[in-house]
Design a protein around this ligand. Structure first.
Ligand code: ADP
Ligand code: MG
Ligand code: MG
Length: 915
């Protein structure tokens, strides 16, 4: 017996048995097919029909033919459908019409083909007119079929149909389709059939089975169409999945004023507000609503015109939401007062609504807090913290136009009036572009994805442009109807104000306002995003549970904490407001670069005696102390890790080449004033010259060579900590020694520094907890971590340097020259400077943690490289037993969410040792 390729909508149980899970059913029948079947099972009114599986599609794509048994099974299923509908396919006396609809596992709205009204022929038309007494509706349906058939089965251009139609309407003086009479549509059918014949070189098929066969094949083929392929590339959906085909009994929204069609979201997909948002059109069919061609009505208005249908609709959609535990995007049609559901799926939404809906649904008890946290991916949080237009800049700017705020965010770019041009300018010329169109179609998606923002003059919040933009997080304004777009002159105009193609515009998708020129953007504040704050608190609670991880010795431990890298008090304050639980890295060298300090620093470096050096350092001490004071105050109650001076000394000196030129030119001109000093400075810089300074005299090596600097720094740290402590601030200073390669370095320097720490506490008569530790950024340190932990009370992996030294790559050179090739050739899976290399660098970390904790069981371990803010790297840090990750303040919210995700993923698992 041939394989089962076809499932009736009420055969969902069989599909489940074959596929093994609901996930499997979705793969087999596609999202649309499984939704229709699921709704049928739940007793929701769905027109009868059946689904051809994705497996059949994949067979067809490899062989170019229907697989064995498929056609017979389709005919058999059609028979059952005829029975349920009480009509017969191709029978003029009581004809069944069907639609042939694509539907893959993951919804790809509008990316593939759907053909409506299959089953209409010259003969059937006559019968239907008798039956319905509505010739206008029948002729309208027929011309739609001819057009859709031509464009989807034979890839004819829409224009070849639309053009004669527009001409006809203007000849008659019509503006709207609704003005067309039965006679008009009949005339159009004959025009459309002529156009069809002229292009296809054969008549429009009068055999209804041929229609169904060709339509099914066209849907299969649309899986590999450019639109669909582009879309899948942008959303990382696999090409192998294939699409299912749904044959659905037609119901008609264009049968008069008690009929209509619409689309709706059970919650607002833009803001997340718990309020039905949708649009419908009376006396219309299919895509009329989404195409944004006619003015739609809001769902809420239906309560007056058709109260019963409205209440039934609200009831059904409410149940669907409860059933799928998610916001639904539904399509429906009303035929002579009867409601039919044509599709339900989890709706696409913006980042803001993703968070709000997750939080609301958890509060409503529909899902758990864990579910809510898991539903929000780190990149959603990233999007929410993206720049927005600066309020002051907006106040000063003049609003050029206003439309519907369809997808939030700020976009600045050059206006381009078609998708190809927008894509070309963005990709080839590397320009920021805004795609501007009257409305968009599925063929325009590539231009939208390439652009910073999208602006349309027509369409509403569920129009194609709006839906696609929301999904890809592209700021978008639709229906800015005061804008007149002239696609021939390539300009847009509002009241005589013209913007030419290529001019800069700014599009605020949050408010719906358009500006001419480039508006300044700024980072949004987290405090106002209350839903996100709630979600992040839940995330923190999850990661902080005491039994998330099991230590090698069997003790239980929480997940990873998130700390931040912050050099200045203002960064620390931001980090804290973003939820950081400590400072994992404060770099101190910037403190030496400030204009009033640099000359002192240079004198200190040039000092010939230790006394002279100490004298200069004493001048620096008070300002250093002040720097740290602000940091401790901002982080009251939390640990603050301060790294002692790290870069090579030449970085504090003037540029050698420039100085040399100055000296030479002074000598030539015979100028003597200041020359000896400059010559001395030049000689000193020459003395500091190293051929590979990044691997030279820096970090702990510099501290051993010139201990006075770090001695001053430690004194400043502890004096500040002591002062703060006396003011009632809870301080936990941790002093980090950079670039250790052997424990002997720590043995040399650390006791001297600890003596200073103790001395300060004695002087100030105050005690507080503190730690001394080191950065692990040299492979040798990782390998000898067991020894190093004898002195170091904490490790912080400096994974930027550790990655450079483990791979032997210089980051700048690698990223400029060969990393792209390495990744594209599959030599490296990803850029190791962005995502931690688990096998190499990660393995070293793992080893270091194990060996370190064998020496010192309560060793505190963190990471302060850029990887600390990368979700995949955070996962690794969790697995190997880091206490915290430290990242840039801006990434703290993302890291908090990522930490919760991995805590849930590995809940209760043992930390993995390197054996
Ligand atoms: P897409 O995947 O692009 O949304 P669909 O297969 O959902 O494509 O079809 C698009 C529209 O066509 C639907 O929203 C619906 O309005 C209309 N449609 C499809 N099938 C039928 C049908 N059997 N009866 C009436 N309208 C239909
Ligand atoms: Mg649809
Ligand atoms: Mg380093």
């Amino acid at each position: 017996m041939a394989k089962k390729w076809v499932y009736l909508f009420d055969e969902v149980a069989e599909a489940e048995k074959y596929a093994g899970s609901w996930e499997g059913v979705r793969g087999l029948l596609g999202g649309k097919g499984s939704g229709l079947a699921d709704m049928t099972r739940a007793g929701v009114p769905v027109p009868p029909g059946f689904t051809v599986t994705t497996e059949a599609c994949n067979e067809f794509r490899t062989t170019g033919k229907f697989p064995e048994g498929l056609w017979d099974q389709m005919l058999a299923a059609l028979k059952v459908t005829e029975k349920k509908a009480g009509k017969k396919f191709g029978d003029p006396a009581d004809p069944l019409l069907v639609s042939c609809r694509s539907g893959a596992k993951f919804s790809m709205p509008g990316m593939m083909n759907t053909i409506l009204n299959i089953g209409l022929t010259d003969q059937v038309v006559e019968g239907m007119i008798k039956l319905t007494g509505n010739p206008r509706f029948v002729w309208d349906s027929y011309r739609r079929l001819v057009e859709m058939f031509g464009t989807t089965v034979f890839n004819m251009d829409d224009e070849v149909f639309e053009h004669p139609m527009a001409e006809y309407k203007s000849k008659k003086g019509y503006k709207l389709d609704t003005e067309m009479t039965a006679e008009d549509w009949k005339a159009e059918v004959s025009t459309f059939k002529d156009v069809y014949k002229k292009h296809i070189k054969s008549d429009f098929p009068q055999d209804v089975y041929k229609q169904m066969e060709l339509a099914t094949k066209a849907v299969f083929e649309s899986w590999m169409g450019k639109r669909a392929v582009d879309y899948r590339k942008a959303t990382a959906i696999s090409d192998d999945l294939g699409t299912a085909v749904n044959i659905v009994t037609m119901v008609f929204g264009n049968m008069g004023d008690d009929s209509g069609t619409g689309v709706a979201f059970t919650r607002n997909p833009s803001t997340g507000e718990k309020k039905m948002m949708g649009e419908y059109l009376m006396n219309a069919q299919g895509e009329d609503v989404v195409a944004g061609i006619r003015n739609t009505q809001q769902i809420a208005e239906m309560v007056n015109s058709m109260p019963e249908v409205y209440h039934q609709f609200m009831d059904i959609t409410g149940k669907l939401e409860k059933h799928y535990k998610d916001m639904q995007d539904v399509e429906f049609t009303i035929e002579r007062g009867k409601l039919w559901m044509l599709q339900t799926r989890n709706g696409k939404r913006t980042a803001a609504s993703t968070v709000k809906i997750a939080v609301d649904m958890a509060n409503e008890g529909l899902i758990t807090k864990e579910d809510a946290v898991l539903r929000v991916t780190p990149d959603v949080v990233d999007a929410l913290l993206h720049p927005q237009f600066d309020e002051n800049a907006k106040k000063k700017a003049i609003v050029y136009a206003k439309g519907v705020n369809a997808s939030p965010g700020a976009a600045v770019g050059q206006a381009y009036f078609d998708a190809d041009k927008a894509e070309k300018m963005a990709k080839e010329e590397k320009q920021a572009t805004i795609m501007v169109r009257p409305f968009t179609k599925p063929d325009d998606v590539h231009g939208m994805i390439a652009s910073q923002g999208v602006l349309t003059s027509e369409g509403g919040a569920t129009s194609h442009a709006a839906v696609v933009a929301r999904q890809f997080g592209i700021p978008c304004i639709v229906g800015a109807s005061m804008i007149k777009i002239d696609l021939v002159k390539r300009i847009m105009e509002v009241d005589g104000n013209i913007v030419k193609e290529g001019e800069w515009i700014s599009v605020d998708g949050t408010t719906g306002q358009v500006y001419v020129g480039k508006l300044v953007t700024s980072a949004p504040s987290l405090e106002e995003q209350t839903d996100l704050l709630t979600l992040l608190t839940w995330a923190d609670d999850i990661a902080a549970r005491k039994d998330i991880r099991v230590l090698p010795d069997g003790r239980k431990a929480p997940g990873v904490q998130v700390w931040a890298n912050a050099d200045y008090p203002k960064d620390a304050r931001r980090a804290r407001s973003y939820g950081a639980k400590g400072i994992g890295l404060c770099r101190t060298e910037h403190m030496f670069f400030e204009t009033e300090r640099l000359p002192i620093v240079q004198k200190m470096i040039l000092a010939e005696t230790s006394e002279e050096r100490t004298k200069q350092l004493n001048l620096l001490l008070p300002t250093q102390r002040k720097d740290f004071d602000g940091l401790f105050e901002a982080m009251d109650g939390y640990p603050v890790i301060i790294r002692l001076i790290d870069p090579p000394l030449h970085e504090f000196m003037p540029d050698e080449e420039k100085l040399f030129e100055e000296v030479v030119s002074m000598r030539v001109k015979g100028e003597t004033k200041g020359l000896p000093e400059k010559e001395k400075l030049l000689a000193a810089i020459k003395g500091l010259h190293e051929s590979n300074p990044m691997m030279g005299l820096r970090g702990v090596r510099l501290s051993i060579y010139m201990p006075e600097i770090v001695e001053m720094q430690v004194r400043a740290i502890f004096e500040a900590a002591a002062d703060c402590s006396l003011r009632g601030i809870v301080v936990h200073p941790e002093v980090m020694i950079p670039l250790t390669g052997t424990v002997k370095e720590l043995e040399w320097i650390q006791p001297r520094l600890e003596r200073i720490a103790k001395a300060v506490m004695e002087e100030k008569k105050v005690t507080f907890t503190y730690k001394f530790g080191t950065m692990i950024e040299i492979p040798r340190a990782a390998v000898t971590a067991g020894e190093i932990a004898k002195l170091a009370q904490f490790f912080s992996f400096g994974t930027n340097d550790l990655t450079q030294m483990t791979f032997g790559y210089s980051r700048d050179d690698a990223e400029r020259n060969f990393l792209v090739t390495y990744v594209s050739q599959g030599i490296l899976p990803k850029n190791p400077f962005q995502t931690l290399d688990r096998e190499g660098v990660g393995k070293l970390m793992q080893m270091a943690i194990n060996d370190g904790r064998r020496t010192r069981p309560d060793l505190e371990v963190g990471i302060c490289g850029e990887h600390g803010g990368d979700p995949e790297s955070i996962e690794w840090c969790h697995i190997i037993g880091n206490n915290y990750v430290s990242c840039s303040p801006f990434r703290v919210p993302i890291a908090r969410l990522a930490a919760a995700h991995v805590a849930l993923k590995y809940a209760g698992k043992k930390i993995v040792e390197d054996k």
